[in-house]
Design a binder for this molecule. Structure first.
Ligand SMILES: [Fe+2]
Ligand SMILES: [Fe+2]
Length: 285
C-alpha cells in the first residue's frame, strides 16, 4: 500500500515557548504535517490555535508556504483550535477542504466560574459562511474518514463522561457537551502508527484504541494536547500506563496537557516523553 514514508510535524502553536525561542507561543494547538510519499508531498494543517497572527508568523519562520496547504483539519470547535482559521485561509490561494466534526457550527458555553463562550470566536451560523468566503470548503464529518493513503481521522466518540460545566445551546436548550465531539488524526507509518490530537477530551487512551483499530496497527507515537490539566496525579499515571499497555512508545504532550501532568508523564515515560514547545519540528517514520 502507498503510505507516507516520512511525516514531519511542525509545531505552529503551543502554550509553551521556552528560552530564546524566536517562535511565538499562544494558548492553543496548531500543527503543520508534511507527509512525504517518496517524493510527492501532502501538507495538512491540523488545528489553528486561538489567533491567526502567531500562526502565520510561525509558518514564515519555518520557511513553509501556506499556499501548499492541501487540507485543514479542525479537531473540535473550541476557540483555541479554530480561532486562527480565517486568517490562515486568507493566505491560501486555492479551495481547501476544512474537515471538522459537525459540532463546529454549534455554540458551546462553559459555566464553570462564569459563563464563557468557548466555541470559535464567530457566531456559528456565520462561521461557515466566513470559511466559504475565504475559499475554505467545510466538510463536517463525524465518522472516521480517509484523507489520503494511510491518513485517517478517527471520527468523534460516544459515551464520554458527564461534564457539568460545558453545554451546547440548541434551540434555547442547554444540551450537556460531553466533549466527545473531537476528532484526532491517525497516520499509518508502515509498521506502526502516529496519532495527533487537539485536546484529547474523549481520553487519549480511547483515542489510541480507536486509531489503532482504524489502521489495524499499533500506535507507536502520540503527539498533541492531552487535556490533563484537571486530572489528579494517580489518573495521569494510570493513563500513562494504559498508553504503555497499548504499545505507545513515545509521547509528545503539549498545549492543554498541563505542566504538572507533563512532569508526571516525563517521570513515567522518561526520555520517551518530549514536551512540545512552539517552533519544534519532529520527523516520524
Ligand atoms: Fe484546547
Ligand atoms: Fe478543547
Amino acid at each position: 500500500m502507498n503510505i507516507p514514508s516520512r511525516v514531519t510535524v511542525y509545531v505552529l502553536a503551543d502554550d509553551l515557548a521556552g528560552l530564546n525561542n524566536p517562535f511565538i507561543a499562544q494558548h492553543g494547538a496548531s500543527y503543520w504535517l508534511s507527509l512525504d510519499y517518496r517524493g510527492k508531498k501532502i501538507s495538512i494543517l491540523f488545528d489553528t490555535g486561538a489567533y491567526p497572527g502567531p500562526i502565520v508568523e510561525n509558518i514564515t519562520r519555518f520557511g513553509l508556504d501556506p499556499h501548499t496547504i492541501d487540507y485543514v483539519i479542525l479537531s473540535h470547535n473550541h476557540y483555541d483550535h479554530t480561532g486562527g482559521l480565517l486568517g490562515v485561509l486568507e493566505r491560501i490561494d486555492h479551495v481547501v477542504p476544512v474537515i471538522a466534526p459537525s459540532s463546529l457550527a454549534r455554540t458551546s458555553i462553559n459555566v464553570g466560574r462564569r459563563l464563557r463562550i468557548i466555541n470559535a470566536p464567530y457566531f456559528p451560523a456565520k462561521f461557515l459562511d466566513e470559511i466559504i468566503a475565504r475559499k475554505g470548503y467545510p466538510l463536517l464529518i463525524d465518522e472516521p474518514v480517509k484523507i489520503a493513503d494511510g491518513v485517517w481521522t478517527t471520527g468523534v466518540f460516544d459515551h464520554c463522561s458527564v461534564n457539568n460545566e460545558s453545554f451546547f445551546i440548541d434551540n434555547g436548550r442547554l444540551v450537556p457537551d460531553m466533549l466527545c465531539d473531537e476528532i484526532a488524526l491517525v497516520i499509518d507509518l508502515g509498521e506502526h502508527g502516529l496519532v495527533v490530537t487537539g485536546c484529547a477530551h474523549p481520553g487519549i487512551d480511547r483515542i489510541v484504541e480507536k486509531a489503532s483499530t482504524i489502521i489495524g496497527k499499533r500506535i507507536k507515537y502520540v503527539l498533541g494536547g492531552l487535556h490533563m490539566v484537571d486530572l489528579e496525579e494517580h489518573r495521569v499515571r494510570e493513563t500513562a500506563e494504559k498508553l504503555m499497555k497499548h504499545g505507545v512508545e513515545k509521547i509528545y504532550p503539549g498545549h492543554c496537557t498541563g505542566l504538572e501532568a507533563e512532569y508526571i508523564l516525563k517521570k513515567t515515560y522518561g526520555e520517551n516523553c518530549q514536551v512540545l514547545r512552539v517552533g519544534m519540528n519532529i520527523t516520524f517514520s
